[in-house]
Design a protein around this ligand. Sequence first.
Ligand SMILES: Cc1cc2nc3c(=O)[nH]c(=O)nc-3n(C[C@H](O)[C@H](O)[C@H](O)COP(=O)(O)OP(=O)(O)OC[C@H]3O[C@@H](n4cnc5c(N)ncnc54)[C@H](O)[C@@H]3O)c2cc1C
Length: 303
Amino acid sequence: MLDKLRIILPENILFFNEPLKKHSTFRIGGNADVLVAPQNLLQIQLLFAYIKENSIPYTVIGNGSNLLFSDDGFRGIVVKIGSEFSGIESTLTDNGMILNVKAGTLLSRLAAFACENSLTGLEFASGIPGSVGGAILMNAGAYDGEISQVLVESTYFDINNMSVGTKSYEMHDFSYRHSSYEDDGLIILSGRFSLKNGNKDDIILKMKDLNSRRISKQPLEFPSAGSTFKRPAGLYAGKLIEDAGLKGFSIGGAQVSEKHCGFVINKGGATCSDVINVIKYVKSAVFDKFGVELETEVKIIEE
Ligand SMILES: Cc1cc2nc3c(=O)[nH]c(=O)nc-3n(C[C@H](O)[C@H](O)[C@H](O)COP(=O)(O)OP(=O)(O)OC[C@H]3O[C@@H](n4cnc5c(N)ncnc54)[C@H](O)[C@@H]3O)c2cc1C
């Protein structure tokens, strides 16, 4: 049945039996029956009409930097809203710019665009390896900045009625690493950002400072999906894990990073099961020792 996709969509956006590890910063995951990387709205509409008509299981991903794919891959269609669906349009305002950004655009590219145009507000985002869509859904943030501070609205595709809609700022229901997109299953098409004029040298300095803090504190030399756990209110997951004596704890190829205990890393050849087993062990040890329930930030995509 999936073969029929070749009739409605161009061959160059279809990837059959595609290794998902290529689409995850964890470098883990079996094969997807098909991965589709749409380049425009028409292709998204055609694809979802087909998915709906044939009741095919699907999952939507961005840059795969907050995901853990199953070792058995994915039975159905992985829809990648990635670099093929990217672009930035800008409009001048009295004190800055409004940027309309397609969901597949990398946050780092958006932050670089802001910097080139002396716009402040996205310095925090330059080191986050996600797409704009993934960042809106996760309300991605770092060092006191987060997407909710600069996003004014977003557009989405709704598979239920096959229509495009707009969410106002309030409709996103933003909180720490959460937006309403986590619950409603809408497919994010674009974000509209409002940025103010700033001093280019200050912007560059801030980005450099935040990125050098990342390099010194995070295990960027190993594949991972960033912070494995959400920050518990008033506490730090990494500190709790370290205090529970789990620095360097490993199962198979998955390890609690020795550099930053909040990261589970792929030391080499880790499977999804290895990572899940480390996560389970860490959660139970931290709960036993401190009575704190760690919540996973990384999203697990089942087969
Ligand atoms: C080294 C490293 C450092 C990191 N540092 C940070 C950090 O400082 N702060 C931070 O917040 N995060 C950080 N992350 C995690 C990650 O980069 C963010 O969560 C990012 O926002 C995820 O974006 P993505 O495009 O990779 O989404 P994915 O991982 O592909 O997907 C994440 C979720 O978003 C959904 N999704 C993605 N795109 C769409 C779309 N267009 N429409 C609907 N749903 C969509 C997916 O279904 C999934 O549920 C880090 C990750 C790594 C590997």
